[in-house]
Ligand binder design. Structure first.
Ligand code: ADP
Ligand code: MG
Ligand code: ZN
Length: 485
C-alpha cells in the first residue's frame, strides 16, 4: 500500500508597526519616505556603544491590540531580551527582542470557516522586537541603510496546527486582514512591511508525531507563501520516499526558479545566547490600561461577518467577501443606509460590477471616488425599474470612469436609458421582430417554447434595453398567441 503524507505547517509572521517613531529612539519610523539613506538615524538605532534605548509607548499599545485581537492573554509582566548574532545590518551585534515573557501568549485564530473543515489555530506568542537595517548588494560590495533599523516589529508565532497550504494561506490572509482592521500595519508585503516564514514538515497520514521541519524565510507575497510551502511539502515527501531523512535547515525561496534553496543549518535558540536586556527594565502593564486598550478594539472580521449574515441576511461567503477589508465593509453599509433596495441587492452590485471594475482597473477602494449616495441612487433606479439592470451597469461604469462620481440621473438622461413601459413603443418593436423572423415564430407555434428567450433578446436589442422586461414578455406572449390560427 502506498503511504500517504500529511503536511504540518506553522507560521511566523513579522509585521512592522505603524508608529511615528522607532521602537527605542525618537527617529522617524517612516523610512520609506526618507529623503536619503541613513538620514533617520541616531546613536541608538545605529548601535553606538553606550546609547540607551527607551520604549515606544505607541508600539506597546499596538502590540497589545494585536494580542487582544488574536485572543491572547496579555502578560502584565513582560521582559526584553538580547538575541545575539552578528550581521552587517545589525551593527550592535544583537537585536532587542522578547524571549521568555512576550507581551502576549496563548491565543487563537479561527480559519477556513467558509469551508467544510474549519480550524482553530493556536497562536503561541506575540512579541515585540526591532527591525534591522537594509542591505543592498552591489557587484563587489554591499550598502547598508539604517533608516529601517530599529523600526518596531511584531512577531506572531503560531503552533504547527495547519495541515495544508490552503490552511496556511487562510491563516496568513486573516492575520493580514486583522492587522489592517487594527490600523497597525498596511499589509504591504511587496515592501516587506508584512512578511512570512513558513515552517514545514510532513508525516505519514494518521500519525501524530512532529517530524523535522525546515523553515522558509522572507516570503514576500501570498503567492510565494503558497508556492514555497507546496514545493517544500513535495520535496520532503520525496526525501522520505527514497528512505532519506529531512534535515533541519533554514531555506530561502527562489521565486524565479520556483525552488527552495538551503541557506544554513537551522540555529537553535541557544545559539542566540538570549539574556535579559540590561538596558530596559521589565515592562509592567496595568490591568486598567490593558482594559482601556481592549475597549478600543474595533469590530473584527469574524464578528462583522456574523453580524452581516444576521442583519443583512447574507450567506457566509457573501458576508466574508465584504468584511475582508474594513473599508469595503464600511462602504457597503454606507450604501445600504442610503438606499431603499434590499441589502442583498447592494451586495450583488458590489460583489459583481463594482469589484469587476476594481479588478480590471487595478484600483484600490481608496482610489475610487463613488459617493455611497450616488451608488445607492443608481441601484434604486434599477430596483424601481426606472432603468434596466443592463443599463444600470452602463451607468455604473460611466460613474466610475468619471472619477468624480457623476450623477446617475443625468447619465440616464444623457444616454437616453430610461426604461419604457409605454406599451405602444414596445408593441411596435415586437410586431417588427415577429414579421422579420417568421421561421422562429413558426418554431414557437410548433411547440418550441424556448424560442421566447431568443425573441426577448431581440426585443431588448431593438429597444436598446429600455423596454421593461415584464411588460415586453407579456406583450410578446400575446402577439405570438395571436398568430396561432
Ligand atoms: P523556535 O523557533 O524557538 O525553535 P519552534 O521550533 O518551536 O520555536 O517553532 C517555530 C515555528 O515552527 C512555530 O511557528 C512552530 O509552529 C513551527 N514548528 C515547530 N515544529 C514544527 C514541525 N515539526 N513542523 C512544522 N512546523 C513546526
Ligand atoms: Mg524562526
Ligand atoms: Zn534612532
Amino acid at each position: 500500500m502506498q503511504l500517504t503524507y500529511e503536511p504540518v505547517i506553522g507560521l511566523e509572521i513579522h509585521a512592522e508597526l505603524r508608529t511615528n517613531s522607532k521602537m527605542f529612539c525618537s527617529c522617524s519610523a517612516d523610512y520609506s519616505n526618507a529623503p536619503e539613506p541613513n538620514t533617520f538615524i541616531c546613536p541608538v538605532c545605529t548601535g553606538l556603544p553606550g546609547a540607551m534605548p527607551v520604549l515606544n509607548k505607541k508600539a506597546i499599545e499596538q502590540a497589545t491590540l494585536v494580542g487582544l485581537a488574536l485572543n491572547c492573554s496579555i502578560n502584565e509582566f513582560n521582559t526584553f531580551a538580547r538575541k545575539n548574532y552578528f550581521y552587517p545590518d545589525l551593527p550592535k551585534g544583537y537585536q532587542i527582542s522578547q524571549y521568555e515573557l512576550p507581551i502576549a501568549s496563548k491565543g487563537y485564530l479561527d480559519i477556513l470557516d467558509d469551508t467544510e473543515n474549519p480550524l482553530r489555530v493556536v497562536v503561541r506568542r506575540v512579541h515585540i522586537e526591532e527591525d534591522t537595517a537594509k542591505l543592498s548588494h552591489e557587484k563587489n560590495y554591499a550598502l547598508v541603510d539604517f533608516n529601517r533599523a530599529g523600526v518596531p516589529l511584531l512577531e506572531i508565532v503560531s503552533e504547527p496546527d495547519m495541515r495544508s497550504v490552503e490552511a496556511a494561506l487562510s491563516y496568513a490572509t486573516k492575520i493580514r486582514a486583522i492587522l489592517r482592521y487594527l490600523g497597525v500595519n498596511s499589509g504591504d508585503m511587496e515592501k516587506g512591511i508584512l512578511r512570512f516564514e513558513a515552517n514545514v514538515s510532513v508525516r505519514p497520514s494518521g500519525s501524530s508525531e512532529l517530524r523535522t521541519r525546515t523553515e522558509i524565510k522572507n516570503l514576500n507575497s501570498f503567492r510565494a507563501l503558497t508556492r514555497a510551502s507546496a514545493y517544500e511539502i513535495e520535496r520532503q515527501i520525496k526525501v522520505y520516499e527514497k528512505g532519506g531523512e529531512v534535515m533541519q535547515e533554514t531555506l530561502g525561496w527562489d521565486e524565479a526558479r520556483g525552488v527552495t534553496i538551503s541557506q544554513r543549518g537551522k540555529e537553535d535558540s541557544h545559539d542566540y545566547r538570549y539574556f535579559p536586556e540590561p538596558d530596559l527594565p521589565p515592562l509592567q502593564l496595568e490591568r486598567a490600561w490593558i482594559d482601556s486598550i481592549k475597549s478600543g478594539l474595533p469590530e473584527l472580521p469574524d464578528a462583522k461577518t456574523r453580524r452581516f449574515m444576521e442583519q443583512y441576511e447574507l450567506k457566509r461567503q457573501e458576508a466574508m467577501l465584504l468584511t475582508s477589508e474594513k473599508s469595503l465593509a464600511d462602504y457597503f453599509e454606507d450604501v445600504v443606509s442610503k438606499s431603499k433596495s434590499p441589502a442583498k441587492t447592494i451586495h450583488s452590485w458590489i460583489a459583481g460590477e463594482f469589484m469587476r471594475y476594481m479588478n480590471d482597473s487595478g484600483l484600490a477602494l481608496e482610489d475610487i471616488v463613488l459617493p455611497a449616495e450616488k451608488f445607492a441612487q443608481l441601484i434604486d433606479m434599477v430596483t424601481d425599474k426606472t432603468i434596466s439592470g443592463n443599463s444600470g451597469k452602463i451607468v455604473l461604469n460611466e460613474m466610475l470612469n468619471a472619477k468624480r462620481g457623476g450623477d446617475p440621473q443625468e447619465i440616464v438622461k444623457a444616454k437616453n436609458l430610461a426604461q419604457v413601459s409605454d406599451t405602444g413603443f414596445i408593441q411596435e418593436a415586437i410586431e417588427n421582430i415577429l414579421s422579420d423572423n417568421p421561421k422562429e415564430v413558426e418554431q414557437y407555434l410548433a411547440g418550441k417554447e424556448t424560442i421566447v428567450q431568443w425573441l426577448m433578446g431581440q426585443v431588448a436589442r431593438a429597444t436598446k434595453g429600455k423596454a421593461d422586461p415584464n411588460v415586453a414578455k407579456e406583450l410578446l406572449a400575446k402577439a405570438l398567441e395571436e398568430r396561432r390560427n
